[in-house]
Structure formats: structure tokens, C-alpha cells
Design a binder for this molecule. Structure first.
Ligand code: IPD
Ligand code: CA
Length: 266
């Protein structure tokens, strides 16, 4: 798989699309508050939609037969059944972006039968581009990535996020509390895709979230495994929401046990 020309073509397309969208969002940073709709704990920005259109146009030009599923429109583009499906989150960390925090990214993955073949997570404001090809390793700005060597949960840094409907679903808070008690530090940074890449980079040791969607994780789950880590959908919830964890592999079993024990006790 290392030098598979088909995967290389997919990856080139994903990088090009992510860079076009990321640069558009950065160039239009002054418009970061322009909203299509606002919710209690979320916002949909005009730039979310514009970035998705840019990604869709680039992918459709390069791969006219492929299907495209995006956070801002779950039914767009392509012909289903062609085998390759692109899963796109045009801006992951939208709330961060709208406030001017630089921790946001464009996430693009090509899937076949639900398996990610290539993934790109590009964070323009941080100037980092994470990539992975199935069987071909993971990189950050061209440098090979490896997960951390931390083997004790008590020494670990764990990243997580809060569900967009925290009032409706309390497990995230219980899980955050339990996690905090057993790890060195738990953090909420606000972009699931970038959180996962930080685990792939060895800067954090695990990630967990309940209520995440496939477009949040489709690219970065491959970046994690190609960097030597482990990922797992623990449960499929309602409306496409997922209970998902990933880690450096070494603390995976211990952290999974902690999460499942906490959920069982509720
Ligand atoms: C959100 C971010 C956040 C996570 C949420 C996601 P969005 O994605 O990844 O970190 O906690 O669950 O929905 O809305 O910014 O694309
Ligand atoms: Ca997202």
C-alpha cells in the first residue's frame, strides 16, 4: 500500500481541497461571525457553507464519480455506489473559529465500504497539515508521526469534547469527571479532528467523546492508526451520533474500562 498510486491521487486531491478551503476561511477571518443560524451551544457560519462548497467543487472536478457527504449538507454530490465516498467537515471547531481561537481545521477523508483510505486535517491558523494513507503512515507537515510512549493512565493527557446538547445527555460530564480523577490532565480544546491529530502526534495520549459525528473523526481516525495508535467506536447512538475513543494504544484498555465502568454506574 505504501506507494499505491490510487491512494496518492486521493490524498493529493484531499490536500488540495483542504488547503483551498482553509485559505478561504483564513482570508475571510473578518467575516467569522457571519452566521446562517445560531443555537444554544453551536453556530452554523456562512464560512462553513462556503468552505464546504469549495471542497465539494475541488473534489467533484478531480473525482466526478465519487459521492460526497459533508457536515453542512449530508446529501451532496456524486453518485452513491461508486465505491468511494468523501466525508468532509469544512470547519471543525467552528465555535473556536467564530471567536478567533486558532484551534480549528478542515477535515477531509475518502472512505471505501466505511474504511478510511486517506485522511487530511489542515489547520491553517496553526500552519499544520496532518495526512495519512492506509498502510502508508501518517505525517504532520511532511514529518512522520508517532503516538506517545506513555503507558500509565495516571500519567496521561486526555482530550475530550462536550456534546452539542449537554442538557439532553449528561454522560459527557460524568465521563469528564471520572477521566479527570484518573489521568494527569483532561482538556477540552474544541476541535475533535485536531484533538485526534494531537494524539497521533504524541502531544496527548487519548481522546474520548460521546455524541460525535462521522465527519468529525473520519480523517483523523486513520491518522491515529497510521501513527501507531488505536481507535474504536464504542457505541452507535441516535441520529448518527457516536461514542468514540482513540489512544496511543498503550493506555487503550485501561481507559476503555474506566469509560465503560463509569457509563455502567450511571
Ligand atoms: C465540533 C468540534 C468539537 C466537538 C463537537 C463537534 P464542529 O465540531 O469537533 O470539538 O466537541 O462534538 O461537533 O461543530 O465545530 O464542526
Ligand atoms: Ca466537526
Amino acid at each position: 500500500m505504501k506507494d499505491d498510486p490510487f491512494l496518492n491521487t486521493l490524498l493529493e486531491g484531499a490536500i488540495a481541497a483542504a488547503r483551498l478551503a482553509g485559505h478561504h476561511a483564513l482570508a475571510n477571518f473578518a467575516r467569522r461571525q457571519e452566521a446562517v443560524s445560531r443555537y444554544a451551544h453551536d453556530v452554523k457560519l456562512k464560512l462553513d457553507e462556503e468552505c464546504q462548497q469549495i471542497i465539494q467543487a475541488e473534489l467533484a472536478t478531480r473525482f466526478p464519480d465519487h459521492a460526497i457527504v459533508g457536515e453542512e449538507d449530508a446529501t451532496i454530490g456524486g453518485r452513491l455506489g461508486t465505491g468511494i465516498e468523501w466525508v468532509v467537515d469544512p470547519i471543525d471547531g467552528t465555535v473556536n473559529f467564530s471567536h478567533g481561537l486558532p484551534f480549528w481545521c478542515c477535515s477531509i477523508a475518502a472512505l471505501q465500504k466505511g474504511k478510511t483510505l486517506v485522511g487530511v486535517v489542515y489547520a491553517p491558523a496553526l500552519d499544520v497539515c496532518y495526512t495519512a494513507r492506509l498502510g502508508g503512515g501518517a505525517t504532520c507537515n511532511g514529518e512522520t508521526l508517532h503516538v506517545s510512549p506513555i503507558a500509565e493512565l495516571s500519567q496521561s493527557m486526555v482530550l475530550t469534547g462536550l456534546d452539542k446538547n449537554p442538557g439532553k445527555d449528561l454522560p459527557p460530564l460524568a465521563l469528564f469527571q471520572a477521566t479527570s480523577q484518573h489521568v494527569q490532565k483532561a482538556r477540552i480544546l474544541g476541535s475533535a479532528a485536531l484533538d485526534l491529530c494531537r494524539v497521533a502526534h504524541g502531544q496527548a495520549d487519548a481522546y474520548f467523546e460521546t455524541g460525535i459525528y462521522i465527519w468529525d473523526i473520519a480523517a483523523a481516525r486513520l491518522i491515529i492508526t497510521e501513527a501507531g495508535g488505536q481507535e474504536e467506536i464504542l457505541e452507535r447512538l441516535d441520529q448518527g451520533r457516536l461514542r468514540f475513543m482513540a489512544s496511543n494504544g498503550l493506555i487503550h484498555a485501561a481507559y476503555k474500562t474506566l469509560l465503560l465502568d463509569t457509563l455502567q454506574k450511571r
